[in-house]
Write a protein of this length. Structure first.
Length: 110
């Protein structure tokens, strides 16, 4: 890790509030200042991919606070079985979206 990056994080971190996000030059990656019980700075990354139009794909991102977590998630994301499962789930959602809504005779009376 470059000393320049460490010094820049320390500089910006002193002015940031807890839970404040700072965008980075990597699209979809933000630095988040996390609360700390001591004077030490505590940071995490929020991963929140964006669509082509720049809108996030969901409301909240994935928080990662250590290289151990990074490696664990990387392993999960590279799992072919997990990918097969999410592919099947996506296909089910698409099928459900195309099915015509069934007419129901039942009416909820108020």
């Amino acid at each position: 890790m470059s000393t320049n990056l460490v010094e820049r994080l320390k500089k910006y971190g002193k002015d940031m509030s807890d839970w404040e996000r700072m965008r980075t030059s990597v699209t979809g990656v933000s630095i988040v200042k996390l609360p700390s019980k001591s004077e030490d700075l505590n940071f995490g990354l929020e991963l929140l991919p964006v669509k082509e139009d720049g809108i996030p794909v969901k409301k909240k991102g994935l928080f990662i606070t250590s290289t151990d977590q990074w490696e664990a998630f990387k392993e999960l994301f590279n799992s072919s079985k997990a990918f097969d499962l999410i592919t099947t789930i996506s296909e089910l959602k698409k099928e459900r979206a195309v099915e015509p809504a069934e007419e129901s005779e039942e009416v909820f009376e108020i």
